[in-house]
Design a protein around this ligand. Structure first.
Ligand code: UTP
Length: 415
């Protein structure tokens, strides 16, 4: 332990991060050991580079952006629907389809003091987001007479609570063996002055590394291997906060296979050209998502001969990947984006600071930064009112209130 402490002290001196040991003397032996190990796992070079990047102006790469072709589900003929669905149902029937829910986010905008998936939007008696999603899977299991594996990505912060919630609810009557959790990676949070923060427990303050962390997390945690062992070929990945996510979709699967694509994505058409959403596109001939901050007003307004926005296909975090695509992506590093957030921390005097304004950088990878590792993606436009009811903010747009209305209307129309 003494040697380890010396090693850590030298490392911290080198990177001017000595504050990370501020609580060390007050900790018991086990906590001390954990802290030292945590520090030794930090890639300080990477963190310092990410910090330096926060001070540079955002560099919008010079790339060629072009529209991506898409299929509008509502315009498919009956024959096309039947053909694609049959291909997708065959995949389901042979047990080669799985669902992944990304539930590692902090849900800061919603402000719910527990994992976001435990949040009840007020539909049905105590129906949580997790329960609503489980119902979607169970309905598909019944419809297609199959068992579907459900993987959930959590974070170190919410993993325990998430598993306890599933235990308390008897895994929503799904087979426990068919539900698997895995924890995503983390990166330290850093102050405006470049100091890594210490959390209330005295350990390094780390935060989940964004939904783009999913690929590496699946590889490192053995989930990719587990999928291969089970013969899973197609994996639908979506967030925990879209209560209408249609995660079992043979039509989309069939479309991807028919188009010879290793991935597919669902889009909803932008509600207006200025809507602040990322849209599917091709960047340098590869599939990608262009953020609303990167698109010029002229591009945003541009329409095709049929009057459709040519950059109108919003990315709704509902994507399907072939296992080969996941393996390929997991071997690549995705870029990190920084976000300036409010974060409590322990200062160099050992005092707790609870800021009222953002004070720290958090680094996150985005799932769509992986799309350009693939040659093409099949994009299918679906109806917002059928597949997209996000719960992001406590009030106003994309809030429990708007999601509840969308969900109840959808259920009424389905009945
Ligand atoms: P958001 O980007 O909306 O983040 O995540 P969030 O954590 O839910 O909410 P805010 O931004 O803090 O208010 C979209 C989806 O990606 C998951 C979230 O759980 C949500 O399902 N996600 C996000 C992760 O699984 N891990 C992350 O590190 C970030």
């Amino acid at each position: 332990m003494e040697n380890k402490l010396m090693e850590v002290k030298e490392l911290l001196k080198k990177y001017k991060q000595e504050q990370l040991l501020v609580c060390y003397d007050k900790m018991n032996k086990e906590e001390q050991e954990q802290l030292l190990n945590q520090i030794l796992h930090i890639d300080f070079e990477q963190i310092m580079q990410l910090y330096e990047k926060t001070k540079q102006p955002i560099n919008i790469e010079k790339s060629t952006v072009e529209p991506i072709s898409y299929v509008d589900k509502s315009k498919l003929t009956k024959e096309e629907v039947e053909k694609y669905e049959k291909i997708g149902i065959d995949i389901l029937k042979k047990g080669a389809y799985a669902v992944v829910t990304m539930a590692g986010g902090q849900g800061t905008r919603l402000g719910h003091k527990a994992p976001k998936g435990t949040f009840e939007i007020g539909v049905g008696e105590h129906k949580s987001l997790f329960q609503a999603l489980s119902e979607t899977i169970k309905e598909a299991q019944k419809k297609y007479q199959v068992e579907i594996q459900w993987y959930l990505m959590t974070s170190r912060e919410n993993n325990q609570q998430t598993i306890e919630f599933f235990e308390q609810h008897n895994y929503f009557d799904m087979k426990k063996n068919n539900v698997k959790f895995f924890i995503q990676g983390e990166l330290p949070m850093i102050s405006k002055e470049g100091k890594i923060l210490v959390e209330e427990s005295g350990k390094v303050k780390e935060a989940a590394d964004g939904h783009g962390g999913i690929f590496e997390a699946m590889r490192k945690s053995g989930i990719l291997q587990d999928m291969k062992t089970r013969g899973i070929e197609w994996i639908f990945i979506a967030g925990v906060d879209n209560i209408l996510a249609k995660m079992v979709d043979p039509l989309l699967t069939g479309l991807a296979i028919e188009k010879n694509c290793l991935a597919a994505g669902k889009s909803v058409v932008k509600s207006n050209p200025q809507e602040k959403v990322g849209v599917f596109c091709k960047k340098d001939k590869k599939p990608n998502v262009i953020e609303y901050t990167e698109i010029t007003p002229e591009m945003a307004e541009k329409r095709d001969a049929n009057g459709e926005l040519i950059y109108g296909e919003s990315h709704i975090l509902c994507n399907l990947f072939n296992i080969k695509a996941l393996e390929k992506i997991a071997g690549n590093k995705l870029p990190y984006h920084s976000a300036f957030k409010k974060a409590n921390y322990i200062n160099e005097k050992g005092e707790l600071v609870e800021p009222t304004q953002p004070n720290a950088y958090k680094f996150e990878a985005f799932i769509f930064d992986a799309f350009n590792k693939l040659d093409d993606m099949a994009i299918m436009r679906v109806k917002r009112e059928e597949e997209f009811a996000p719960v992001k903010n406590a009030n106003g747009v994309d809030s429990p209130e708007t999601a509840k209305k969308l969900y109840l209307d959808f259920m009424k129309n389905k009945a």
